[in-house]
Design a protein around this ligand. Structure first.
Ligand SMILES: *Cc1c(COP(=O)(O)O)cnc(C)c1O
Length: 335
């Protein structure tokens, strides 16, 4: 399987009119902090509130006419994308999730008409349930990050970024299974080989970061995080996203829960934007001084806004957030 720019261009055609060509807006505050223009690619403006619609629509459009329906495992947003795209084709959708997935995400998926199966406590457990349904119910499995059509769909963000701003020096991409970062990097680097694409994960359970360091997919322990969308492994039998990220990313950077907390506050207070922990890691890395210095415009993908609003209100009010066994200490913004 060799994915190319042509697949991403084809995806762009397929998803047009269903997934949005989202706004790219400057952040004056972040630009001042960065010393360069800092731009936000607002995937929160997708109809499902997250970029995963792109890959889901492309994958479902490319299924055979006669499939009985689709199944997937998801930390939330992929399930939402699959549910939306399947409903558009009048197809049955089952979304398998672990008990770690926040209730807001489970409710959102049910509201789109999909069936939800809660299975176990990890993405791997959810994955097993999804594979079981392929056998018993004849459903087609759509991987959240290791499917060529999903990766090509996510890669359309790279096309939009370079069409809007051919002068970008770097793209900062939230990184979990690597479908997003792999797709964007493939698109952007094929068009502009000198552009830098950097993947950013939370420091607790950063599966792709650890796998690239090890030279092969490795298992990580999944823990609760403000960046719940970035949880889960990359699959020990990873076919596509691992090699794409290994070959195309210029680096991976990790951020702490405290840094994610501050970035959520910053985006809210400075830009008036509500976004998930997993979608602000690019800002978090920049604010924490963990990135190289840039001499041209930088964009980050604000990947989703489907967060639990009680958690969000604790963060913006500077209160503690309890995540399993750890507590992220509250901090008043600007104090
Ligand atoms: C899925 C997701 C990511 C990471 O995408 P991968 O393709 O798994 O790397 C980032 N942010 C949000 C909000 C997501 O839902």
């Amino acid at each position: 399987m060799n994915l190319t720019l042509a697949d991403i261009l084809a995806a762009q055609n397929t998803i047009a009119g269903i997934a949005a060509d989202t706004p790219l807006v400057p952040s004056p505050f972040m630009s001042a902090r960065c010393g360069q223009e800092f731009l936000l690619k607002l995937e929160i403006a997708q109809p499902i509130g997250a970029f995963k619609l792109r890959g889901a629509v492309n994958a479902i459009a490319n299924l055979a006419e006669d499939v009985a329906g689709v199944t997937c495992c998801s930390t939330g947003n992929h399930g939402r994308g699959v549910a939306f795209a399947a409903a558009q084709r009048g197809m049955r959708a089952v979304v398998c999730m672990s008990s770690m997935v926040p209730k807001a995400k489970v409710d959102g998926i049910r509201a789109l008409g999909a069936e939800v199966h809660i299975a176990g406590t990890s993405q791997d457990d959810a994955q097993s349930e999804s594979l079981r349904l392929c056998e018993t119910d004849g459903l087609a499995e759509i991987s959240p990050f290791d499917d060529p059509f999903v990766i090509a769909g996510q890669g359309t963000i790279g096309l939009e970024l370079l069409a809007a701003r051919p002068d970008l020096e770097a793209i900062l991409v939230p990184l979990s299974g690597g479908g997003l970062a792999g797709g964007i990097a493939l698109a952007a680097k094929t068009i502009r080989p000198d552009i830098r694409v950097i993947g950013i994960s939370m420091d607790r359970g950063a599966a792709m970061h650890e796998s690239i360091r090890a030279g092969h997919p490795v298992e990580v322990t999944e823990v609760e995080s403000l960046a719940d969308s970035l949880g889960g492994g990359i699959g020990m039998d990873n076919r596509l996203s691992f090699s794409l990220c290994r070959d195309y990313l210029d680096g991976t950077v990790l951020v702490s829960e405290e840094e994610i907390y501050t970035a959520m506050q910053t985006l809210y207070y400075e830009d008036r934007i509500v976004a998930e922990g997993g979608s602000v890691v690019g800002l978090a890395a920049m604010l924490a001084g963990k990135l190289p210095s840039f001499s041209g415009p930088v964009a980050t993908v604000v990947t989703g806004r489907n967060l639990d609003m009680s958690v969000f209100s604790w963060v913006v009010n500077g209160e503690d957030v309890t995540l399993g066994n750890t507590v992220v200490r509250g901090k008043t913004y600007g104090a």
